[in-house]
Design a protein around this ligand. Structure first.
Ligand code: 6PG
Length: 465
C-alpha cells in the first residue's frame, strides 16, 4: 500500500480531481465501477500515470491505500453515495476516512455523518466544473474538524489560490460544507439568470447582434462585474455554430436544465424564513423556461412583447450598473441566508472565509467577492448591502436598476431576478412597511393578535362588522 489517498468514481469530475491530486505530488489509488474506464483513465494520464494506481476490485483498491486511509467518493449524489459507502465500510478500518466530494444534499450529509457515528466522514463541496477540478477548485469542507485536519494538506494543495491563499476551508460540522456549496449554487443560478436577463434586454430590447453583445460582456469583464460568468457569457455569445454559421446562442433551445442544487437552496431558505427572492426567481425562471409549449401558445394568444427600447433611453452603462446593483443584492441575500442557517443549525459558519473560498476556483468567482470578503471581515453581522463599500455602490446604481426594470416592464421584457432584487432593495429600505395590514387582516379573520406601535403584543382590533 503506497497511495496517500484513494478516489472512487472516474466520471468527468472524479477523473479531473484524481489528476489534480497526482499533479500535486500525491500518490493516488483509483477505482471505478466499470474497469474499462479505470484502464482508459490510467492510460490517458500521461506522465501522471506513475502516481496513479488503477485497481480492478474494491478490495485491491482499499489494499493499495496507506493506513489510516482517506477515500474520496465522486459518484452521483443520492442513493449511489449510500450504496458506495455500504460496499466500502466492511472493507475499512475504524479510523479510515470517507470523503463525499459530490454535490450531496446537506441533509443527506447530516444523516450520513450521524450514521457514521465515530467513523470518520467528511462531506465536501467542490466547485469549478471540470477545469476547476483539474487545476484548482474551490473546496467547502464539512464534518469533524480532526477528520478535515487529516486531509487538509492535500485539499489545500489541489485547491485554487487567491494571492497564494488556498480556496479550501473547513466550514463546520456535518453537512456544513455541502450547505455552503448549495448556497453557492443558488447564487450561481441567480448570477447566471441576471446575466441572461441583460442578454435579453440587449437582444430583444436593443436589437443588438450576438457579436455586439459579446463585446459588451467583454468590456464589462474589465470593470466592477469582472467575473468568470461574465467572461464565459461573452465567449458563449461570440461563438458561431460550425454547422450553420449562425451564432451558437441562436441555435440553442431556450430551456434551462438543472440538477436540483438551486432548488434545494430555495426550499431550505423557506424553512429558515430567509428572504432570497433573487435566487428563488432564478429557480422559477428555469422551471418556467422548460414550459416551451405553453409559452409558445401564450405568445400566440397575447402577442410577443413590443420590442425596441431606444439606446439613449437605456445606454449600456445603465444596464451595467443595474447588473452591479442586482449582483450585490443577490449576494446580500445569499450571505443573509448563510447567517440564518448558521444560527439555526448551530454551525458558526465563517461568513468572511466563505467569501474568501469563493474568490477563486468556483463558478461564481469574481472581483467583487474579494471586496465582499473584506466587508464581511470588517463586520460579519451586517447585511452586505449595508456594508459601507456596497452601500455606496448601491446608492450609485439602484437608480439604474430601477431604470432597467421600468423600461423592461414597459416593453414587456421579463426580468424576474433583477426586478425581485429591486423589490428586495425597496422593501429593505422601507422603515414602515405594509405588514400592519396583514396583521389587521389576520386579527380580523382569526383573532391572531398584533403588536401596537405604542407597545405590547397580543392586541385585538375593534373591527367593524
Ligand atoms: C460548480 C457547479 C456544479 C453544478 C453545475 C450544474 O460549482 O462547479 O455548481 O457543481 O453541478 O453547475 O448545475 P445545474 O445542472 O443545476 O445547473
Amino acid at each position: 500500500s503506497t497511495a496517500e489517498i484513494g478516489l472512487i468514481g472516474l466520471g468527468t469530475m472524479g477523473a479531473a480531481l484524481a489528476l489534480n491530486i497526482a499533479d500535486n505530488g500525491f500518490d493516488i489509488a483509483v477505482w471505478n465501477r466499470t474497469s474499462a474506464k479505470t484502464d482508459a483513465f490510467h492510460e490517458g494520464a500521461g506522465d501522471l500515470a506513475r502516481r496513479i494506481t488503477p485497481t480492478q476490485t474494491l478490495e485491491a483498491f482499499v489494499a493499495a491505500i496507506k493506513s489510516p486511509r482517506a477515500i474520496i467518493l465522486m459518484v452521483p449524489a443520492g442513493q449511489p453515495v449510500d450504496d458506495q459507502i455500504a460496499a466500502l465500510r466492511p472493507l475499512l478500518d475504524a479510523d479510515d476516512l470517507i470523503i463525499d466530494a459530490g454535490n450531496a444534499n446537506f441533509h443527506d450529509t447530516n444523516r450520513r455523518s450521524a450514521e457514521a457515528g465515530d467513523l470518520p466522514f467528511l462531506g465536501i463541496g467542490v466547485s469549478g466544473g471540470e477545469e476547476g477540478a483539474r487545476f484548482g477548485p474551490s473546496i467547502m469542507g464539512g464534518g469533524k474538524r480532526e477528520s478535515w485536519d487529516r486531509v487538509e494538506h492535500i485539499l489545500t494543495a489541489i485547491a485554487a489560490k487567491h494571492k497564494g491563499i488556498s480556496c479550501a476551508t473547513w466550514m463546520g460540522e456535518q453537512g456544513a460544507g455541502h450547505f455552503v456549496k448549495a448556497v453557492h449554487n443558488g447564487i450561481e443560478y441567480a448570477d447566471m439568470q441576471m446575466i441572461a436577463e441583460v442578454y435579453g434586454i440587449m437582444r430583444d430590447g436593443l436589437a443588438m447582434t450576438s457579436d455586439a453583445i459579446a463585446e459588451t460582456f467583454a468590456n464589462w469583464d474589465n470593470g466592477a462585474l469582472r467575473s468568470y460568468l461574465i467572461e464565459i457569457s461573452g465567449k458563449v455569445a461570440a461563438t458561431q455554430d460550425p454547422a450553420t454559421g449562425r451564432p451558437m446562442l441562436d441555435v440553442i433551445v431556450d430551456a434551462a436544465g438543472q440538477k436540483g442544487t438551486g432548488r434545494w437552496t430555495v426550499i431550505e431558505a423557506q424553512h429558515l424564513a430567509a428572504p432570497i427572492p433573487a435566487i428563488e426567481a432564478a429557480v422559477v425562471a428555469r422551471n418556467l423556461s422548460s414550459q416551451r409549449e405553453a409559452r409558445a401558445a401564450a405568445e400566440v394568444l397575447f402577442g410577443s412583447a413590443p420590442h425596441h427600447i431606444a439606446h439613449d433611453v437605456l445606454p449600456l452603462s445603465t444596464i451595467e450598473d443595474a447588473l452591479i446593483a442586482g449582483k450585490i443584492l443577490c449576494y446580500a441575500q445569499g450571505f443573509d441566508m448563510i447567517a440564518k442557517a448558521s444560527d439555526a443549525f448551530d454551525w458558526a459558519l465563517p461568513l468572511p472565509a466563505i467569501a474568501e473560498v469563493w474568490r477563486e476556483g468556483c463558478i461564481i468567482r469574481s472581483a467583487m467577492l474579494d471586496d465582499m470578503a473584506t466587508a464581511l471581515r470588517e463586520n460579519p453581522e451586517r447585511n452586505l448591502m449595508m456594508a459601507p463599500r456596497f452601500a455606496d455602490t448601491l446608492k450609485q446604481t439602484h437608480g439604474a436598476l430601477r431604470q432597467v426594470v421600468a423600461q423592461a416592464a414597459l416593453h414587456g421584457l421579463a426580468l424576474p431576478a433583477l426586478s425581485s432584487g429591486l423589490a428586495y432593495f425597496d422593501a429593505m429600505r422601507t422603515g414602515r412597511g405594509t405588514a400592519n395590514m396583514i396583521q389587521g387582516q389576520r386579527d380580523f379573520f382569526g383573532a391572531h393578535g398584533f403588536a401596537r406601535i405604542d407597545g405590547g403584543s397580543g392586541h385585538h382590533g375593534p373591527w367593524a362588522a
